[in-house]
Design a protein around this ligand. Structure first.
Ligand SMILES: Nc1ncnc2[nH]cnc12
Ligand SMILES: [Zn+2]
Length: 322
């Protein structure tokens, strides 16, 4: 039996498929700036991270109620389970919704409902990670964290995402210190488009436990040594890297070099509705583009479980040890 997968880097808003965008627009009477599905799909050509983020934030306009968020998350769990995922740690962007007038309470009522039922309904244990928008002021992130902690909701961790270059982790030292002191697990996007220095900052200034992406660490041998020595997990997203032009083609993806260096690499889908597929599609892309072997897939699957924040019992269960 192949080892099941944990998905550790997936933005729930990035799992909003074109069909669901149209269905929710109709349900919520939101006027879309697209003629039809084909018109929308024709816009999924990205030149860099920002060109994707523009569409990602625009399409969120259809997410208005707790039910919308619950439907979105259930659709993800169903699709992820079909692709071999048995544990998922899911990012969501609170500020992207509160800035549009959607209360954080409603976002969490919907996502929380789906997350609570994910193991019994889909066989996928799950948890939520609130991600700070790094291109917005630190004070706004601090207020978001205060609200989150005050709601007493089951959020597992704090992450950092959105436009990376020009928005270093050093801007968010106090927010992450407070999150850690409050018992949240912490992760950060770093080294996707940004330089290795941002990975150092995420580790040393924010104290994060995992790095999301991190592919640019290979430009700094001392950083690779640090990541290997401490076995810091890197949640790599191959299809995302190709579609956002972090790498030119799948055949040139550094995943195999990362494994060979001894890095604790995992494979994830990032924004599956936008980048050509779910975690199983990422593995298919690696098999076809890089010649990824079954043995390497096993290593990556085991890594995903070891790198997760699942309980020790759940990890043993997923690894087939109990
Ligand atoms: N790949 C990515 N990088 C940064 N922020 C994101 N938000 C959603 N996807 C992202
Ligand atoms: Zn991401």
């Amino acid at each position: 039996m192949p080892t099941p997968l944990a998905e550790l880097h997936m933005h729930i808003e990035g799992s909003l498929e074109p069909e669901l965008i149209f269905a929710l627009a109709e349900r919520n009477r939101v006027t879309l700036p697209y003629r039809d599905l084909d018109d929308l799909r024709s816009r999924y050509e990205f030149t860099d991270l920002q060109s994707f983020l523009d569409l990602y934030f625009a399409n969120m306009a259809v997410l208005r109620t707790a039910q919308d968020f619950a439907d979105l998350a259930r659709a993800y769990f169903a699709r992820a389970a079909a692709g071999g995922v048995r544990h998922a740690e899911i990012f969501f962007n609170p500020q992207a919704h509160t800035a549009r007038g959607v209360p954080l309470r409603d976002v969490l009522d919907g996502l929380g409902d789906a997350v609570r039922g994910s193991e019994s309904e889909f066989g996928v244990s799950s948890a939520l990670i609130a991600a700070v928008l790094r291109d917005r002021p630190e004070a706004e992130a601090a207020a978001m964290l205060d609200e989150l902690l005050g709601l007493d909701v089951p959020v597992l961790g704090l992450g950092l995402d959105s436009a990376e270059v020009g928005n270093p982790p050093s801007r968010f030292v106090d927010v992450f210190a407070r999150a850690r002191a409050s018992g949240l697990r912490t992760v950060a996007h770093a080294g996707e488009e940004g330089p290795p220095e941002y990975v150092w900052q995420a580790l040393d200034l924010l104290g994060v436990e995992r790095i999301d992406h991190g592919v640019r660490c290979l430009e700094d041998p001392a950083l690779v040594t640090r990541l290997v020595d401490d076995q810091v997990p890197l949640t790599v997203c191959p299809l995302s890297n190709v579609r956002l032009r972090v790498v030119d083609t799948m055949a040139e993806h550094p995943l195999r070099a990362m494994l060979a260096a001894g890095l604790l690499v995992t494979v994830n889908s990032d924004d599956p509705a936008y980048f050509g597929g779910y975690v199983d599609d990422n593995f298919a892309g690696l098999r076809d583009g890089l010649g990824l072997t079954e043995e390497e897939r096993e290593t990556l699957a085991r890594n995903s479980i070891l790198a997760s924040f699942a309980s020790p019992e759940r990890k043993r269960e997923l690894l087939g040890e109990s």
